[in-house]
Design a binder for this molecule. Structure first.
Ligand code: NAI
Ligand code: SOE
Length: 393
């Protein structure tokens, strides 16, 4: 079994999640496709980097991500920084021949995402974008049912991602509210997860008709640092402008004729990580809610009329990824497990010399959908979504 040296850039929320995944992946999936070695972690300053190395179990640390990318000992570059750094780091890593996993959204815009996609396309490396929610076992089970034809032809997809961590006007102006850093607001940050699941489960988007809203136009300034996601208050100090959306609503026409809607907000009091979808097909329906992520609700039209209705399937060993996870259904899948599965599938692709989904083509396609949503909101009209050539029907 080969060792693969990981260079992780960014030691915030995702630095924690990815480090956990590298340490736990071989404990769940054994034999592991390859052994992750937590080699180097880069953070914004030397002190933060040294602290992150101690905390997350890395052998060495640096405040210069370029040293990670240039290090011949590094096999895998893992990008877990705020969005504005993704493109520069990924392009440099591709040129250095490293395998790359990059957090979502792939970049701030379609244009930036295209440059990243072009850089990895012919580099002979494995690339992945970290849309981990599609690796929740219940979501993968929904995909299996759809592929088996269990709900027939898909008619519609209704998806939401609702949170409330930014509903308080005094939660600070972190990087997630700055267009220059984040690219967009709820759209790129969380709607993209639902867009990814809609592409995975239903298919490619043909056109969108969208509304973007910014409910809180300014927030207390925060100078740099990790995003505390609403867990601190900004106080009475100076405020800065929010130049991204707080909320997105879009209608969707899929290329296969299905229709849908997607809504996302970070200002919906009482909602935490409320990622839901309801899919209706000609032969049945599937419902998922991430806040009850062990469960998939299914209704099959061919059940007898006297027993037709939603039933709950608890994911476990009989379901996708079940052989590596817990031995009894409903022991509890957590956020960490989705990242462990993601790390497993990424390392498997590297070990076997194959590609993995979602990759930079998928990340670029999602960015083109985001751009179309922005254009549609500006024009107040339906806008067609261009297609990345390798994803053509
Ligand atoms: P965060 O704000 O918690 O952490 C970002 C870290 O990057 C901070 O510790 C910061 O000091 C560090 N950083 C900034 N500049 C740096 C530099 N030049 N070199 C090295 N480190 C630097 O942000 P979080 O939540 O970890 O987000 C990071 C990325 O992960 C974003 O792209 C975000 O959209 C994505 N994300 C994905 C999630 C998912 O479910 N897949 C969940 C949360 C975030
Ligand atoms: C904040 O909205 C956030 O951390 C997103 O950035 C993640 O992508 C999401 O999974 C959890 O919430």
């Amino acid at each position: 079994m080969k060792n693969l040296n990981v260079g992780l850039i960014g030691g915030g929320f995702m630095g924690k999640a990815h480090s956990l995944a590298y340490s736990a992946m071989p404990m769940f999936f054994w034999p592991a496709p390859a052994m992750p070695v937590r080699k180097t972690i880069a953070e914004a300053t030397e002190d933060l980097a040294a602290e992150a190395a101690r905390r997350f179990g890395f052998e060495q640390s640096t405040s210069d991500w370029r040293k990670v990318v240039e290090d011949p000992e590094i096999d895998v570059v893992d990008i877990a920084t705020p969005n504005h750094l993704h493109a520069e780091i990924a392009i440099a890593a591709a040129q250095a021949g490293k395998h790359i996993i990059c957090e979502k959204p792939l970049a701030r815009t379609g244009e930036e995402s295209k440059a990243m996609y072009d850089a990895v396309k012919d580099a002979g490396i494995v690339h992945m974008v970290a849309f981990n929610y599609r690796r929740t076992p219940a979501v993968a089970l929904a995909k299996k049912y759809i592929e088996e034809g269990a709900i027939g032809r898909i008619l519609n997809f209704r998806g939401t991602y609702l949170q409330d961590w930014s509903a308080d006007p005094n939660s600070p102006l972190s990087w997630r509210f700055q267009k220059s850093v984040a690219g967009s607001g709820a759209l790129g940050d969380i709607a993209t997860h639902v867009i990814d699941m809609a592409r995975y489960l239903v298919g490619e988007f043909a056109s969108v008709n969208s509304i973007l809203s910014t409910w809180i136009p300014d927030r207390p300034l925060q100078s740099g640092g990790a995003d505390a996601l609403g867990n601190v208050r900004g106080g009475d100090g100076p405020r800065g402008d929010v130049d991204v959306d707080d909320e997105v609503m879009t209608m969707v026409r899929f290329a296969n004729g299905a229709v849908g809607s997607i809504e996302a907000t970070r200002n919906g009091w009482g909602r935490n990580n409320f990622i839901t979808f309801e899919i209706h097909g000609t032969e049945g329906s599937i419902v998922f809610n991430y806040e009850r992520r062990d469960e998939l609700q299914v209704c099959f039209a061919n059940d007898g009329g006297d027993r037709r209705g939603f039933r709950t399937v608890y994911t476990g060993p009989a379901h996708p990824y079940g052989d590596g996870l817990w031995p009894i259904p409903a022991l509890g899948i957590g956020y960490g497990e989705t990242k462990i599965i993601e790390a497993h599938d990424f390392f498997k692709a590297i070990a076997e010399g194959t590609s993995v989904s979602p990759n930079f083509a998928d990340g670029y396609q999602t960015a083109l959908i985001d751009d179309a949503i922005v254009a549609s909101a500006e024009k107040d009209a339906w806008v067609d979504v261009p297609r990345v050539a390798e994803l053509a029907d």
